[in-house]
Design a protein around this ligand. Sequence first.
Ligand code: UD1
Ligand code: CA
Length: 491
Amino acid sequence: MSNASASLGVVILAAGRGTRMRSERAKVLHTIAGKPLVGFVLDTALAVRPDRLAVVVGHEAADVEQVCTGHLSHRNTTAETSYPLQEEQRGTGDAVRVAMPALEGLQGNVVILYGDVPALRAETLADLIARHHASGATLSMLTTRVDDPTGYGRIKRGADGNVIGIVEQRDLLPGDEAIGEINPGIYCVATSFLPGALARLRADNAQAEYYLTDIVGLAVADGHPVETLEVADAREVAGINAREELATMEQHVRHELIAKWMREGVSFRDPATTYIEERVTIGADTIVGPNTQLLGGTTIGRGCRIDGTVFLEDATIGDRVHVKLGVVMTDCEIGADAVIGPFAQIRPGSVLGERVHIGNFVETKKARLGAGTKANHLTYLGDVEIGEATNIGAGTITCNYDGFAKHPTVIGDRVQIGSDTQLVAPVTVADDAYVAAGTTVTKDVPAGALAVSRSPQKVVPGWVERRRAQAAGPSSSEAHKRASGDQRGKG
Ligand code: UD1
Ligand code: CA
């Protein structure tokens, strides 16, 4: 009987190319809900608190290692972690062999996980380890039943129901196709058995690879106890080999995430068209409309309304914010009770205060807007700092770029910027100033002052009639007809 206090190592196999993905990138770096496949597997591994963790890398090794170390830097783990390199991908058995030096001296058990099986729950893995300890097995593994076992290794059982071994898809014998019980590739193996078994693997199979799965047959042949635990929902242990499976798994994971936020008090009007990533958080009583992408580290407060058809990435949104239809937000902060949109773009570095209103066709970039400030129509605010309770009129443009460098605009509190104003940066409009409609601001405006730049308006009476008569030529009666509206149907 193995000892529950024995050391635990976890090996994650992530060296394969993933040929069936037809991708430049290593398969385990493809993402589901914004998280790489290997990130899911790492999180499951950490949940069983291993003493050592070895991620076997090969294809795109540097990238895979970098993504793993980045991922782990946001996690709490005391596991001694290493990234053994499998230079040539000669099979899953060879991959585990490559990890053995990293487990040198470990006495206890090794959990082996495949980097392309992302949805395994930590509870299921903990159950497998518990069963392994309780039964005293040398090797324990998960199994599951699927309608279509194509591609998976099949679990072969003897007449007594005990496992005999695993047969890979390409090595099936007549009759094996019908076996519905498959190998998800999740094992717990005693360190007393594993290295010896790996040394005995042979590549005498259809793929000329060293199959890890062959250690099961070796254990049985040696008379070691082998234990299996069947997983009820096969989706939990589905492997991702091609893009279609990636999309199906994304749907499954997204569904789980939405269900989780619903339990936290968030409403989704159409879960089927809500795309939410792992790190996103949403406060209770927020209502999320259809066609919504909530990505990266987006954080949404309580009681917000997200009307729909929006793209929010790394957006931090306060309580009771109303995000209207057609808004794009990236890397920005929105204060409580703000109203954004419809059809607005809030670009990186925008920090909008409480009760700010941003209306249709307004774009902000590196813009700080104080509480209660409004820009409701057709406006570009870039590299700008605006105080509180200021009103930015329709069609205002901060001219922040002169073709060489970006320049700042500073606008104070309670300022009125008239419609169709251009602010040629660098420029400052101080507190309580007014800028008249149509002004091109090129010089600083002092506090409380009015700035106007307009050419005086000229009014020429009767000009239109004279112009039409001229266009019509000598016959002024023709011109008169036209002027009195005899042009029906020609518009
Ligand atoms: C494997 C199992 C199969 C099981 C299925 C479950 C073997 C021989 N077969 O098949 O029984 O039903 O997973 O999903 O184990 N890898 C390496 N180095 C290698 C080869 C693979 O690190 O040399 C890694 C891959 O990156 C991948 C994992 O091991 O993350 C599984 O490899 P893959 O080629 O996808 O195995 P399957 O054919 O799916
Ligand atoms: Ca696979």
